[in-house]
Every structure is written in structure tokens, then in C-alpha cells.
Design a protein around this ligand. Structure first.
Ligand SMILES: [Zn+2]
Length: 307
């Protein structure tokens, strides 16, 4: 007969109870606004952009690549509902449509401030704050006629509030960026050649959606961030036999399979398609399958996924 000692009983009942909220899948939806890369090819895909809907309201944008604003219009989303934009990094194919959104918002009844988050910069790439400043500054901006949205003194129906997240090779910790009553956002530094870049994890109503952004995997930070994701959006920008600069910037399919498996991802969505990967999807799947057994999808623009 097994004897339970009183001390063990005390231990058992004093252990914390983790209330793991099950994913309320019907309340959360991820929509693809851009599943392409930076190339000018006849693939009908916009460059990178993703939209998170909560209770049928468009709330969070991840990246604003060229063409993604056009798909935003087609999605039926209302820009006045968007709380924030998370930038993985400030390459053209991830950011160029910001001015399109801001000009378009002028014709809406948007009144709440727009929060923008993105990494710090370097000589050859803007930080989040430099990005909005250099677009909209009244004196030196590209579009000074939109400066009221960043100028505290000027009259405007809402303001753009930009937050730079410090990026460093040395800080590999997961950072808590936002704790909103409806959702939370965490970020971790990733390696995208010399360019500061972040991967993001968004949690809402017990569901987890993660985004690798562009990254090579050389900082080994991604697996903890994406742990137990219901949906992982991973960028399939290079094939397995890539060499030179591309493989310093991006993940190979075998690496995507490894992180999806290690993190116990429930569904893998492959985007950022490029000429070098778009016609090799069968090969990509078989390389990922060596590591990961869950569902693998190549979404098209405007496709939606419940977690
Ligand atoms: Zn890219």
C-alpha cells in the first residue's frame, strides 16, 4: 500500500495551479494581407503583411509591405479599428505601405492613437522612430503634409505613437511589449544578416499566433518565443540549397521544420514566397516533414485562419 506522508500532501496542495485558458478559436482570426517577397514578379502576391481579427474587428497589423494595404481594403477591415502595427524590421518589402494607410485613414473617423512598434536602427536602416519621423516630419519628412499625425502641437483626430524596441545581438531575452486586456505581445531579437529584426508572439483569448519575420536562425532565440503556437507564420524565402548572402538572411526549410517541431507548433503557414521557393513547395514540404508532422499550408493573399 502506498503511504502518503503529510508533508507530501502539503506539497501537493500548495503547488500553484496554472489556469491554462483553452484557445477560444472563434474569437481570433489571422488573415494574410501579403504572402510574397520583395520581387517584382507575376505572382499576384503583395509583399509581407498580416492582420489579426479579434471578435470580427481588425485590431493588429504585422508589417505593411507594398500591396498589403490594397488587400487590407479587400479584406473588409476598417483602419479605425486597428490598435497597433508591429514591424518585424524596416526593409521595403515589410514597411513601404505605412504612408498609404496613414493617408487612407484621413478619410475614416479614426480617433484613437495608432501605436507603432519596431526595432532600433543602424546607419543603413531606420529605427521605428526614424521611420515615422522621416516619413511625416513637418520640415524634413517625405510627406510633410501628413505631419499633424506625429506633431503633438498640431490639430489631428489621432496621433501616431511610435515605440522603438532596442535590438541587440546580446539581448536574446523574450521581451514583453504589450499587455492589453484583449491580447499580449512578446518579441525576441532574431538574426536577419546585419539588420535589426524581431519575431513576435501574439496571444489572445487563449490562442497563440507567432511570426518569425525574416530571419536566419543564427541567434537561436525563436523556439522559446513560438512555443505551443496555434499558428506559426514562417518565411520560406530560400530553398535548402541556398548559399551566400540569402542564407545569411533567411531560414532553410529544414530549419523551419526543426523549430516548428521543437516548439510543438500546431499549424505551420509558409509565406514570403519568392521565385526561388514558389515552385519548390513539394520539396519544401518533404524537407520540413523530416522534422515536423503537423499541418503545413502555403496560404494565398486574403486567406484566413482560425487558430
Ligand atoms: Zn522580406
Amino acid at each position: 500500500m502506498v503511504q502518503i506522508y503529510p508533508v507530501l500532501l502539503i506539497l501537493l496542495f500548495s503547488m500553484p495551479v496554472f489556469a491554462i485558458q483553452p484557445c477560444d478559436s472563434g474569437r481570433v482570426r489571422l488573415q494574410m494581407l501579403g504572402t510574397g517577397g520583395p520581387e517584382l514578379i507575376n505572382d499576384s502576391r503583395a509583399s509581407t503583411g498580416y492582420l489579426i481579427w479579434l471578435d470580427n474587428k481588425a485590431r493588429i497589423l504585422i508589417d505593411t509591405g507594398p500591396g498589403s494595404a490594397q488587400n487590407f481594403k479587400r479584406s473588409g477591415a476598417r483602419f479605425q479599428d486597428i490598435d497597433l502595427i508591429l514591424y518585424t524590421h524596416f526593409h521595403v518589402d515589410h514597411s513601404a505601405d505605412l504612408a498609404t494607410y496613414i493617408k487612407g485613414a484621413f478619410f475614416t473617423d479614426r480617433s484613437k492613437d495608432l501605436q507603432i512598434y519596431g526595432p532600433s536602427g543602424k546607419d543603413f536602416i531606420a529605427s521605428a522612430e526614424q521611420f515615422t519621423q522621416r516619413l511625416f516630419d513637418a520640415g524634413t519628412g517625405v510627406y510633410p503634409y501628413l505631419s499633424a499625425f506625429i506633431n503633438k502641437e498640431a490639430q489631428s483626430s489621432y496621433k501616431i505613437k511610435t515605440h522603438t524596441i532596442e535590438w541587440s545581438y546580446k539581448n536574446r531575452n523574450i521581451q514583453s511589449i504589450i499587455n492589453h486586456k484583449d491580447y499580449s505581445v512578446q518579441a525576441v531579437a532574431v538574426h536577419h544578416g546585419p539588420f535589426p529584426a524581431f519575431a513576435y508572439r501574439v496571444e489572445a483569448y487563449g490562442c497563440v499566433i507567432s511570426f518569425t519575420g525574416d530571419m536566419s536562425g543564427r541567434l537561436h532565440t525563436i523556439t522559446d518565443l513560438i512555443k505551443d503556437s496555434d499558428l506559426l507564420v514562417a518565411h520560406n524565402a530560400i530553398p535548402e540549397d541556398a548559399t551566400g548572402v540569402p542564407q545569411l538572411l533567411h531560414m532553410k526549410p529544414s530549419y523551419i521544420g526543426t523549430i516548428a517541431s521543437d516548439a510543438k507548433v500546431k499549424k505551420l503557414l509558409l509565406t514570403h514566397m519568392m521565385e526561388r521557393t514558389i515552385n519548390r513547395q513539394k520539396e519544401t514540404i518533404s524537407l520540413i516533414r523530416k522534422h515536423y508532422s503537423g499541418p503545413i499550408v502555403f496560404p494565398e493573399d486574403l486567406d484566413s485562419f482560425n487558430p
